[in-house]
Design a protein around this ligand. Sequence first.
Ligand SMILES: NC(=O)c1ccc[n+]([C@@H]2O[C@H](COP(=O)([O-])OP(=O)(O)OC[C@H]3O[C@@H](n4cnc5c(N)ncnc54)[C@H](O)[C@@H]3O)[C@@H](O)[C@H]2O)c1
Length: 105
Amino acid sequence: MGFDVTVLDNLSSGYEKNLEKVKDKIKLVKENVIYSLSTNVLPYIRGQDVMFHLAAIPDPSSCDKHIDEAFKSNVEGTFNLLLSAIKNGINRVIFLSPVHVYGVN
Ligand SMILES: NC(=O)c1ccc[n+]([C@@H]2O[C@H](COP(=O)([O-])OP(=O)(O)OC[C@H]3O[C@@H](n4cnc5c(N)ncnc54)[C@H](O)[C@@H]3O)[C@@H](O)[C@H]2O)c1
């Protein structure tokens, strides 16, 4: 028994070569999560059973340096992914929150 896995990543910090070992088993879609509701991306979301959301700019210092980009990826991207899940009947979304929500102490 296997799963059909689709990876949505704009490769802004990730590397395609890291997927070398699984490249024949997955579908890689090089797109931005901000566009989850667009006609380019929706077809890859439609029909999925589970959504794992890890697309982010996780490093706080990068977020400080590139605040607009970080807001778009981390906030708008998450919002649009959740909306696209709702619109496509995906009832399970696993979101890995950054540990930084707890603060530095
Ligand atoms: N709570 C925890 O225990 C825990 C543990 C690990 C990771 N995390 C969280 O999971 C997330 C991922 O962590 P990571 O270590 O894999 O980070 P990472 O930086 O290694 O990977 C993030 C990936 O997201 C992609 N990406 C960034 N912005 C994107 C966008 N707008 N559209 C599409 N793809 C985009 C990047 O290209 C990269 O491949 C982070 O938010 C991190 O904080 C939480």
